[in-house]
Design a binder for this molecule. Structure first.
Ligand SMILES: [Zn+2]
Length: 474
């Protein structure tokens, strides 16, 4: 039985043309090679699985290739030695396990000797941010005056941990997360080569779960292929591997939120959680749908691969009965809630509370309607609408702040309304109106007072002139 090679290893790019999603970086490197303008040290930064070490290896191969084209030929003796692991003038160091100054001294000592064959001796230092301060200091001297035959190719996920003195002496490349549609297309190519059938939605779901990482996407694809009994992978296979819920369940949840049905929304949310999906995933999926609804409402095209095509059709139907202000409100509340989920040991309770708030809020009238007075606010509490809040919203537009009890305290419903209105910016506007009205009243009172004062002064003057007609008034 032959040894299985994981897809991430099997399809690791061996030349610049195979690198995906990093076009600018690849172009700069290839042009730099052609013009002989690449320095002695380069740093590749970026999140996991975006191709930092892969690109560093291709650069090493290109520097060592016997041909002078920027793209390594793959055929010369040097290129072949990369393929069979016999390349001795390229030294890979994992800084995570070689953090000390002595490890760096070994590198520096090795720099003194020219490569066995070819022009360059190359050091690839992975996770370079893990080096100690003294190790960085030792390396600095060599980076300041590197021997002509030496190249340093460094990779890191945490650039900010690298001293400025080092950063200022390297050519930096910040690698991007791979776009979902680019990743899905890459997975499609690999599925074709592996004779695996997968539709676009399945590949998009895998690409989204990988969150910009090629390595993660291929690792998930490996697992999904393994779980499938046939040479075809389905959405159910992907859900089983990723522990994600059926998207239609979350669409149903969004629908219940939009019609302000708190009880049913909470029940739906609890059902969704039984499928082992994480709270963060649920919240992020709802965020994705709110974003998609906003784009649909605004007639803006959705970026490729953001949402599956069948889900988009369902969202189009939902979009007809929701307003942009309501979507904006939900977006803001949800964003705040996601931060709260991270801070709490019981994320399911935090998310449930958040969903209750959002569902309540979606039953409130829109700011625009309140300001313009065009809405029939009473419909929100007369039983005709889907409002289940039980909140008296009759006074929202005019004097919500006056909703006080017999002791002069804000009633609970007034507090909830005020809170929600503050979030929508409603109170800011109504408060401005109230302040303006009060200011006008004060000005009118002041004018009346001044008028009265002026009149009384004038009458006193008249009296005085009558009594002393010869007096000179200055
Ligand atoms: Zn070559």
């Amino acid at each position: 039985m032959s040894v299985y090679i994981p897809l991430a290893t099997k399809y690791r790019p061996q030349r610049f043309a195979d690198v995906i999603g990093q076009d600018i970086t690849v172009k700069i490197i290839m042009n730099g090679m052609m013009k002989n303008r690449l320095g002695a040290a380069m740093l590749f930064s970026g999140t996991r699985g975006v191709g930092k070490t892969t690109i560093a290896r291709i650069v090493a191969k290109a520097f060592r290739c016997e041909h002078s084209t920027p793209e390594p030929c793959g055929k010369c003796e040097s290129c072949q030695s990369f393929a069979n692991g016999s390349q001795i003038d390229v030294i890979e160091i994992d800084a995570a396990s070689n953090t000390g100054v002595d490890d760096v001294r070994e590198i520096i000592e090795s720099c003194r000797y020219k490569p066995t064959i070819g022009k360059f001796k190359i050091f690839i230092i992975d996770e370079v941010h893990m080096l100690s301060n003294s190790a960085f200091n030792a390396l600095l001297k060599t980076l300041e005056e590197p021997p002509e035959h030496v190249k340093f190719l460094m990779a890191t996920t945490e650039t900010y941990k690298i001293p400025e003195t080092i950063l200022s002496r390297v050519l930096k490349f910040d690698l991007k997360r791979i776009e979902t549609d680019v990743l899905a297309q890459h997975l499609s190519t690999i599925c074709n080569q592996e004779n695996v059938v997968a539709n676009a939605d399945v590949l998009t779901a895998i690409a989204k779960a990988a969150d910009g990482s090629i390595r993660d996407s291929l690792s998930i694809l490996d697992q999904v292929i393994n779980i499938s009994d046939k040479n075809e992978i389905s959405m159910d296979d992907v859900r089983n591997i990723l522990g994600i819920s059926d998207e239609s369940d979350i669409i149903d949840l969004v629908k219940l939120i939009l019609v302000s049905n708190v009880k049913a929304a909470v029940q739906k949310f609890r059902n969704i959680l039984t499928s082992d999906i994480s709270c963060e995933k649920v919240a992020n999926t709802i965020l994705d749908y709110i974003y998609a609804l906003t784009c649909i409402k605004s007639d803006i095209e959705l970026p490729n691969g953001t949402i599956q095509s069948d889900i988009i059709e369902k969202l189009r139907l939902l979009a007809k009965n929701v307003s942009l202000p309501a979507l904006t409100r939900m977006w803001q509340m949800l964003l705040r809630g996601i931060e709260e989920i991270k801070m709490c040991d019981r994320p399911e309770i935090v998310l449930e509370m958040m969903l209750i708030r959002i569902t309540y809020a979606s039953g409130l009238p829109d700011l625009q309607d309140i300001i313009t007075g065009n809405n029939d606010v009473s419909s929100y509490c007369d039983g005709k609408s889907e409002n289940k809040t039980g909140i008296d919203v009759n006074n929202i537009g005019s004097n919500a702040t006056n909703n006080i009890d017999i002791n002069g305290n804000e009633t609970i419903s007034a507090k909830i309304i005020n809170n929600e209105m503050h979030k929508q910016g409603i109170l800011e506007k109504t408060e401005i109106k109230t302040v303006e009205a009060e200011k006008k009243k004060e000005e009118e009172e002041e004018t009346a007072e001044e008028q009265q004062h002026k009149q009384s002064s004038e009458s006193l003057l008249d009296e005085a002139l009558k009594m002393f007609p010869d007096a000179v008034i200055e």
